[in-house]
Design a protein around this ligand. Sequence first.
Ligand SMILES: Cc1cc2nc3c(=O)[nH]c(=O)nc-3n(C[C@H](O)[C@H](O)[C@H](O)COP(=O)(O)OP(=O)(O)OC[C@H]3O[C@@H](n4cnc5c(N)ncnc54)[C@H](O)[C@@H]3O)c2cc1C
Length: 374
Amino acid sequence: MIDEHTLEEFRQQVRRMAEEKIKPHAAAVDDDARFPTEAVEAFRSMGLNGLPFPESLGGGDGDLLSQVIAVEEIARVCGSSALVMLIPWAALTPLVWFGSDELKREIVPPVAAGEVGASFCLTEPGGGSDLPGLKTRATRVADGWLLKGQKRFISNVGWSAWYAILAKVTEKAYGVFMVHRDDPGFSIGRHERKMGVRGSPMADIFLDDCFVPDSRVVGDPEKGYHYMMETLTYTRPLVSAQALGLAQGALDEAVNYTSTRTQFNSKVSRFQMVRGMVADMTIAVEAARALLYRAVSVAGANDSRSRSFASMAKTFCSDTAMSVTTDAVQLHGGYGYTKDYPVERMMRDAKVSQIWEGTNQIQRLLVAKHAFQD
Ligand SMILES: Cc1cc2nc3c(=O)[nH]c(=O)nc-3n(C[C@H](O)[C@H](O)[C@H](O)COP(=O)(O)OP(=O)(O)OC[C@H]3O[C@@H](n4cnc5c(N)ncnc54)[C@H](O)[C@@H]3O)c2cc1C
């Protein structure tokens, strides 16, 4: 258990690094929709790529709270960079928890060292919300499996060497398969042109009778769905942290801007309506952080509330990110609508947090399911 003082020091270290090494490139990463190489280099210098992984696999053994703090601080200056950092953490969670030692030793160390990435492949053209309805099939052959299907909206393609694929093995059972980008039958489609988080390349991946040996199946080939559900409960706090960081970043920008902008011979920050908006934004951000940290405190502790808390945090943090970034644009007036200020980028980056890792409608269904105990 890391004490509060050490965590606060860690937050300050990540914040300094993010301000110095990531923030200066955030606008260009977004404008050019280019991979944030400077950020990945900065993660390496602090050992952040491997933060959640066990030390024995080259990781930092960081608990969920330290992961959340790291994501929050990076997202405060660059949503794309935070996404690039957290996706491999999520992608390798089923492997680290349920995979064989041999497979972990093959895959985790290079990802932990930040040499390559890893992606998480659930969504398909037919849908993301209806996960059990996925169509990708894994068919048993000698010594392994043949994968056939298509995955949609996969983040960090290209940078990722490894892809954790959820595929059907029978009508009712699913497996998690670790596919390498050089495997015959694996290919990547055209990159999507996105509204936000434009620094993370996103595309379809195609599996055309892609052979995966038995050694690359994670755990029991019929328990993949359960592994993914456990993983999502644990990783939703990470996407919540990304949303929270965007909200905090936009709030900080709004406070700075309104403290210097003058209208009617007065700082804009002196106007009561502006102060009311900043107060509401601050309350929302602090409430989101408190709920997220509460979700972290019950995550993975064999606590039946963990899934519901993860969904509450994901919903509240992302809705807060959307409202606070929108208000930050408002408080910048016309300048907020231009690319000369970061708040319009933050607003675009925030939108996806209400959509991915299960849309906020799906999260509300999960919260209600727990409330009604059905
Ligand atoms: C930038 C970005 C990055 C992504 N990265 C990844 C990734 O790395 N890996 C991955 O696997 N996926 C990824 N996704 C996919 C994402 O998780 C899905 O887009 C999301 O789960 C929604 O699925 P869908 O797009 O098929 O929408 P649909 O499931 O078709 O939903 C359409 C609408 O219907 C609503 N809806 C659906 N079912 C219900 C219901 N039962 N009740 C109420 N409303 C409902 C939804 O909330 C939504 O508003 C990414 C998406 C984006 C945009």
